[in-house]
Ligand binder design. Sequence first.
Ligand SMILES: *Cc1c(COP(=O)(O)O)cnc(C)c1O
Length: 394
Amino acid sequence: MDYHSTTPVDSRVVEAMLPFFTEKFGNAASRQHMFGWIAEEAVESSRASIAQHIGADQKDIVFTSGATESNNLAIKGIAEVRRQKGNHIITVQTEHKSVLDTCRRLEKQGFEVTYLPVDSFGVVDVNRIRDSLRPTTVLVSVMFANNEIGTLQSIAEIGKICREHGVVFHTDATQAVGKVPVNVSTMCIDAMSFSGHKMYGPKGVGALYVRQSSPKVKIAMQMDGGGHERGMRSGTLNVPGIVGLAKALELSVELMAEESKRLMVLRDRMFHEFVSRLDAVSLNGHPTDRLPHNLNVSFAFVEDNALLMSMKDVAISTGSACSTADPEPSHVLKALRLPQERLHSSLRFGLGRFTTEEEVEYVITRVVESVRKLRELSPAYQSLVKKRHQTVTV
Ligand SMILES: *Cc1c(COP(=O)(O)O)cnc(C)c1O
């Protein structure tokens, strides 16, 4: 139930990767012999396949170690190149930490960053983006799909506004690529981050799409070295990882329609069961514009960590795995301006390719049981029940 934090590698992906650890172990930058050529050929056909699946050109793909690096490279790299033009960046309060912390660093270096709020569903108002544009705005970064509440943003509309105003548009599409249709051409996306391990590929590999034509987007390299990836990201390429990323994306696109239909049914059943068997349950995020496999629910009067601890055999989380060292409530739920008590009583469920119907039934039973048990111990809940009872008898 925690597929938003990571996914298992699909066995078909492992199979595609294996030869590149052993007999085809060459360095893709070795131009002088067969081993290098074979590795390079594998990298380039992976690049072509990835590009094709997101509506890009082969030369637009830069391989990285994952979406954290892609976000850093995109935001710092674009800000640096466009520094002469201006110092203003627009992003959103519900972004992943790798976007928010990167923006914070740029603020220390003299950039001005607007962190736009979202509505109670987690959606950023497109008009607000347009109104926030300044002559000095050089970059807009808005995530495609939220990793906690699953909310999808109006990416194509935002892309169009940025294109009209000559502002570079970056999106962190880590939770969206391979899960919902993504097309950088029709959506006017200039730069896009994604990662292998969120779509049944390996950890430690990802990509940054950077538009190379109409219009060309320039980025400044953040890693000095051998000038790999056409000068945008130095470092020996992770050939097995890249092959795995391409295979993972191919499979995800092929299975997308069927998989999202199946997961949406299971996801909706879960929520329906929670609502019908428990009271004071509410959905966080958008009811329809959301990832098909995401569910984020508040169980009022129950402390989220106590709930997790009462179900140690189920992998659920309260939010992003990337900030679990932090006891503060999730910055995403805070941005929805939920009432204080809901901030600490929300769970995120992420279903995936290998989630079975039986597992979903099991989790429903465990959650309902645990919530009931914890509420029996909650004075606030008990007094509410008593009050309700009195109202009824009066
Ligand atoms: C997981 C995630 C990241 C970070 O990706 P890594 O490849 O683990 O660095 C960035 N953004 C979002 C939305 C994510 O879900």
